[in-house]
Ligand binder design. Structure first.
Ligand SMILES: C[C@@](CO)(OP(=O)(O)O)[C@H](O)COP(=O)(O)OP(=O)(O)OC[C@H]1O[C@@H](n2ccc(N)nc2=O)[C@H](O)[C@@H]1O
Ligand SMILES: Nc1ncnc2c1ncn2[C@@H]1O[C@H](COP(=O)(O)OP(=O)(O)O)[C@@H](O)[C@H]1O
Length: 285
């Protein structure tokens, strides 16, 4: 039976501007997503029984709420294979950390089972299915650095130089809904104008999350002593940007023990896409 192992990458929101709130409560935003070469590990194995099973680090998430399960079930109508799937998960990304672990697991499941179950859907079709699972899923399906607009679903490719990041999890889980429903969240940043540059950007959630979660404020102040730093998404992970892996690693070595972190680099194409392309090449040999 076939087996495929993929890394479900983390993302960073290099900035996050909130331009307004729609009548349905969702927010109009502009955000720059970059993919990181670090993430959860998912091993997909075909199994005889036509069911979806998840093993490994699934603590706390009931099977039917797991985004891996939901993504697999969303592909069921397109399946050309009689087999089910077992997904073994090694969770490396903090949940509710703003690095998109759940969304990336979902997108990686769509990519892997689209191949293993011979669904043969295009990336556009997978991105549409992904959007029904969460606003962040399509960017991981496409797997490229992208500027997102609308509620996060309008993606345009964006080119960035590779950078090295130290990403720190301050050990607080920040709820996306909590931030987006907070009365003090700023919601009136003007849309980006032509010729905008990164140094004119910010994260509209950062000040509020720092206030609600003092650990995030402490993490950012600590990182800022070493490098330009910011919070990603709705938090609480914060990232510091470096020109070399060694410089990032040196700061990680000094990280206070009550926080956790990892050093990695950005990638113009997601690691899951690169691994899937290599696996396909091996298959046709
Ligand atoms: C804002 C971002 C930036 O990356 O935050 P993070 O979760 O990554 O920190 C994401 O787009 C989040 O994406 P995701 O976590 O998939 O969100 P969803 O499940 O679709 O929505 C969770 C909740 O966030 C709010 N929400 C989300 C996206 C959006 N444009 N406006 C919103 O108001 C809504 O209250 C919604 O019920
Ligand atoms: N496979 C999964 N991995 C992580 N979170 C999941 C998964 N399936 C469902 N979830 C739920 O999605 C929520 C958001 O997870 P995550 O994507 O890690 O956060 P964020 O969007 O802040 O980066 C979690 O709190 C969890 O309840």
């Amino acid at each position: 039976m076939k087996t495929l192992t993929l890394t479900a990458p983390a993302k960073l929101n290099l900035f996050l501007h909130i331009n307004g709130r729609r009548a349905d409560g969702y927010h109009e935003l502009e955000t720059l997503f970059t993919m990181l070469d670090y993430g959860d590990e998912l091993t997909f194995s075909l199994i005889k029984q036509d069911v979806v099973e998840i093993g490994g680090d699934v603590a706390g998430i009931p099977l039917q709420e797991n985004l891996i399960y939901r993504a697999a079930e969303a592909l069921r109508p397109y399946k050309q294979s009689p087999f089910g799937a077992h997904v073994q998960l090694v969770k490396k990304l903090p949940m509710g950390g703003g690095v998109g672990g759940g969304s990336s697991d979902a997108a990686t499941t769509l990519l892997a089972l689209n191949t293993l179950w011979q669904c043969d859907l295009s990336l556009d079709q997978l991105a549409d299915i992904g959007l029904s699972l969460g606003a962040d899923v399509p960017v991981f399906v496409r797997g490229k650095t992208a500027l997102a607009q609308g509620v996060g679903e309008k993606l345009s490719p964006y080119t960035l130089a590779t950078k090295h990041y130290l990403v720190v999890f301050p050990n607080v889980h920040v709820g996306t809904v909590e931030v987006f429903t907070h009365p003090e969240l700023p919601r009136n940043t003007p849309k980006l104008s032509e010729g905008w540059t990164i140094d004119q950007t910010h994260n509209d959630c950062q000040a509020l999350v720092k206030k609600l979660y003092p650990e995030v404020e402490k993490t950012l102040s600590w990182l800022l002593k070493y490098a330009p730093s910011r919070m990603t998404g709705t938090g609480g992970c914060c990232f510091a940007e470096f020109d070399s892996a060694q410089a990032a690693q040196r700061v990680l070595e000094q990280l206070p023990s009550h926080w956790t972190g990892f050093v990695t680099q950005s990638a113009s194409e997601s690691i899951a896409h690169r691994q899937l392309a290599a696996w396909r090449k091996d298959e046709v040999k």
